[in-house]
Design a protein around this ligand. Structure first.
Ligand code: ADP
Ligand code: MG
Length: 341
């Protein structure tokens, strides 16, 4: 009998690894291939940074509570976030879409309004793509292209013991926004006369519907001449993503529970849902904040940014990856993140 391995048994990263383990690069210009937030290609001394991502209806978004304009904006934003995670400046995107006849021209216009708004805001040109039909569901694929000079891109693999671990903005809000939208959807489906109550929830809802790539942080780091030793964007959740940095840098880490930046509105929402704010910050996905490590020598400079929190430090690999709680307990970091399979 022919062998059959379930995808589930490998998981997302196991599968990518399986499919690409024998992939060899042939071009001298391929500076960085599979395994980071983006790939890097050399162009006579300048470097082009490329990343691609897909958004699938029913998996990544629910059109019942996602306005198409926001979806268009988000499709671009999350791709630019991967370029920011390399410390690259975004310059171009291509955009491919597949949709059923359930969509009208007006609906697609609305989607493109969001796409163009993001291109405008981040100074990026839409230069191509592909359009086709799908039997069911809306599928979006964006490829984002950016640039760096003098090989100043930052990978996931350069963290060193004693480096400080930093994160931009606040964590867990997008996950809580999603919980809130899902709750209001259930209430609406049970009784369409009930209007959703989303007042005073702007932060968490904004974070799930309209994420922003942290180009401002990249520019701030450049201006202050801080060169992170490693960096990635948080799409699956801090725990899962920090473990990628640890694995690829061959290091361990200590993260302090009390240092995790959590917005007040997120704390309130977490209570309302009987969740722990810490666990939302660690495991909630889609924050699109930057997670990076810096040498201790940059400590004083980092303190001057109100947008960046120091949440822990890098350790030798033998010490493993841990969360230290307020009570002084040590918990192993685990990748609970999102797993589409
Ligand atoms: P991110 O969350 O930062 O977008 P992913 O976790 O999606 O990154 O992907 C990890 C790495 O695997 C990236 O380098 C990506 O380009 C690569 N990758 C993902 N899927 C495939 C695939 N089907 N074939 C080749 N490379 C892939
Ligand atoms: Mg990424």
């Amino acid at each position: 009998m022919e062998e059959r391995t379930e995808i589930e048994s490998l998981g997302e990263f196991g599968l990518i690894n399986h499919l690409t383990q024998n992939n060899e690069t042939k071009q001298a210009s391929t500076l960085l291939s599979i395994g980071d937030d983006a790939a890097v290609i050399d162009n006579f001394g300048r470097q082009t940074v490329i990343s691609t991502d897909m958004l699938v209806e029913g998996i990544h978004f629910d059109l019942m509570y996602t306005p198409l304009k926001h979806l268009g904006y988000k499709a671009v934003a999350v791709n630019l976030s991967d370029l920011c995670a390399m410390m690259a400046t975004p310059t171009h995107i291509t955009l491919s879409i597949a949709f059923s006849n359930r969509f009208s021209v007006e609906a697609l216009d609305e989607f493109y309004e969001g796409v163009y708004a993001a291109c405008e805001k981040y100074n990026v040109d839409l230069i191509g793509g592909d359009t086709c039909s799908s039997q069911k569901g809306f599928i979006i694929s964006v490829t984002a292209i950016g640039e760096v000079t003098n090989n100043q891109f930052v990978t996931r693999s350069g963290a060193q013991p004693n480096d400080l671990i930093c994160v931009s903005g606040d964590l867990g809000a997008a996950y809580l926004g999603l919980q809130l939208l899902e709750r209001e959807k259930r209430i609406y489906l049970e009784n369409p006369n009930v209007q959703p109550n989303l007042q005073m929830k702007e932060h968490v809802i904004g974070r799930i519907l309209k994420p922003e790539p942290r180009l401002d942080i990249v520019e701030w780091l450049q201006k202050n001449e801080i060169v992170p030793t490693s960096m990635m964007d948080i799409s699956d959740g801090l725990s899962s993503d920090m473990l990628h940095i640890c694995k690829q840098s061959n290091v361990g880490c200590i993260i302090y529970d009390e240092k995790l930046p959590i917005h007040n509105e997120s704390k309130e929402m977490a209570m309302e849902f009987n969740l722990s704010g810490t666990s939302c910050a660690l495991n909630g996905g889609e924050d699109y904040e930057l997670l990076f490590t810096i040498p201790q020598s940059a400590y004083e400079k980092i303190l001057t940014s109100e947008q960046i929190s120091i949440i822990g430090y890098v350790t030798p690999i033998e010490e493993g990856a841990h969360l230290l709680t307020r009570q002084g307990n040590k918990h192993k970091l685990t990748a609970q993140g999102w797993n589409a399979f």
